[in-house]
Write a protein of this length. Structure first.
Length: 505
């Protein structure tokens, strides 16, 4: 009876009911935050004597961030950001993140570190607090000049960390804090950072080797559960030696004779179950190609190969093609791709620009903008074969962004269609057998955007420079979204791009 009365009241006074439910949710949220703050004090009691924690301002997979004030000896209170890392974080990863902040942080828009507290397995990193706006809240009110300044400062931060051989791996708006009023910026969160081969962050070298060993052990255990023969243990040297031994043991003849065998054994991936097909070919060497190469089927020989281990960390929608296709060699170029996606959101007024549930869908969505032929050709450069079911042409970046933003730039373009020309110039001839075709379902991602679902209507009197976007902006965007990581523009090069010609480094 009580439930019936409540729903009847809700129908009679819908606005009052909404207010009641909203207040109830807010109270629950505040109560939850209060409990979290109490738990933080309990976990790291040293904080009580130094900081007064005000509120929780962020929460992620591996940490929570709190706003706190510190009482200085001068009598003033200073705002600080307290990052509480979850106890399950590997100590080496925590140490590596701290080293990134202490070595590279504190200048060029890279967040620094003030203090660090630890009690048992609880670690709190104390950083300067930068009051900032939500990217989504300000996206459509930013002037073109503000966007230019934003990207310039992002590249300064990336140049800084790349100089030290740090690959951030998670460049996105929420990790690049922006105070619009003060024009201050800060690149944060090095929890997923990796080192380049010549990194100056010693702990990133150690963390990377440790991570590879852990991944190898994890994968060997995981695969053994399904009764599969394990080719993942130990190092690549061991794998090469074991492959050589397998060739001798199985007395494999040559590639041509093996190809004749595989023709009879090509099966659809849908028919494989319980790892039976994998077992059947477990004695085959891993360095031979076969007849299922570049087709939509996978033979039992290929199913027996060890799975390729490659870094996949990052935020969906911001990961580069080489990450999505599990390219084992990933460089600072993946950060530049992510910066390109941020720039694409700023120019188009759409955020998030890409939203996919899995890696292949994400790759298909990239094709809707950059073209399927171009994507396939670029994948070849880093040893990947990509097949599609549809030929998708590359989009003109200016036309796309202006349509999504709802503007039509009156800027006089001296070089004509810059994006189309640059894409066609970069695209190499594609083999007919690798001709790209993408499933129509994923292509709808771009079509739904172009058809004007929520396209912005900007009055001519309030264009804020969006009717005067130069070709240089789209030329830079094109270079950031270069599908080939080897030729993608670097942060240092981006700062010298004509788009920033009158800005001080």
């Amino acid at each position: 009876m009580e439930t019936v009365l409540k729903s009847h009241c809700d129908e009679q006074h819908p606005h009052e009911a909404e207010d009641f439910h909203r207040k109830h949710e807010q109270n629950n949220k505040l109560s939850g935050i209060k409990k979290d703050i109490e738990k933080l004090y309990e976990a790291v009691p040293q904080l009580v004597n130094v900081f007064k924690v005000k509120e929780k301002i962020g929460e992620g997979t591996f940490s929570s961030v709190y706003l706190a004030t510190a009482q200085l000896q001068t009598g003033y209170e200073e705002k600080m950001a307290l990052k509480h890392l979850i106890p399950t974080s590997h100590p080496l990863r925590i140490a590596a993140e701290l080293q990134c902040l202490t070595v590279a942080g504190g200048q060029d828009n890279v967040m620094g570190v003030k203090y660090c507290f630890r009690k048992n397995d609880h670690v709190v990193i104390v950083m300067p607090y930068l009051e900032h706006e939500s990217f989504l809240d300000i996206l459509n009110s930013l002037s073109f000049e503000e966007v230019r300044e934003y990207m310039f400062n992002l590249f300064k931060a990336l140049r800084r960390i790349h100089h030290f051989g740090i690959v951030h791996r998670d460049v996105k708006p929420s990790n690049f804090l922006y105070n619009r009023r003060l024009k201050e910026y800060a690149l944060v969160d090095f929890g997923l950072a990796q080192g380049t081969p010549d990194t100056k962050i010693e702990l990133l070298k150690t963390a990377q080797s440790e991570g590879q060993q852990e991944d190898s052990v994890h994968r060997s255990v995981q695969r053994s559960v399904f009764g599969e023969r394990n080719f993942n243990v130990s190092s690549s040297t061991y794998q090469e030696n074991s492959s050589t031994k397998l060739i001798k043991q199985s007395k494999m003849i040559d590639v041509s004779s093996r190809k004749l065998v595989t023709k009879k054994k090509i099966i659809s991936t849908k028919t494989v179950s319980n790892g039976v097909a994998r077992k059947a070919a477990s004695g085959c060497p891993s360095n031979l190609t076969c007849d299922c190469y570049a087709t939509d089927r996978v033979c039992s020989i290929c199913l027996s190969r060890r799975q390729q281990v490659a870094p996949r960390a990052g935020t969906p929608g911001f990961r580069a093609p080489e990450v999505l296709t599990k390219c084992p060699t990933q460089t600072t170029a993946i950060d530049m791709w992510s910066a390109g996606i941020v720039f694409l959101s700023l120019l188009s007024g759409r955020y998030p620009f890409y939203k996919a549930s899995d890696d292949l869908t994400a790759l298909a969505q990239i094709m809707t903008v950059r073209g399927s032929k171009e994507t396939i050709q670029a994948a070849k450069t880093f040893g990947k074969s990509v097949l599609c079911t549809q030929d998708v042409p590359a989009q003109n970046l200016r036309t796309l962004c202006e349509k999504l933003r709802g503007t039509n730039s009156s800027y006089t373009r001296s070089r004509g269609d810059t994006h189309t020309n640059s894409v066609n110039d970069l695209a190499l001839p594609v083999d007919k057998q690798h001709a790209p075709k993408t499933r129509g379902k994923e292509i709808q991602h771009l079509q739904s955007c172009q058809e004007g679902d929520g396209a912005l209507e900007i009055k001519a009197t309030d264009m804020k420079g969006w009717d005067q976007v130069p070709d240089d902006a789209y030329d830079l965007l094109d270079k950031l979204l270069d599908l080939n990581p080897a030729t993608r523009i670097t942060a240092k090069e981006a700062l010298l791009h004509p788009f920033f010609k009158d800005m001080r480094l």
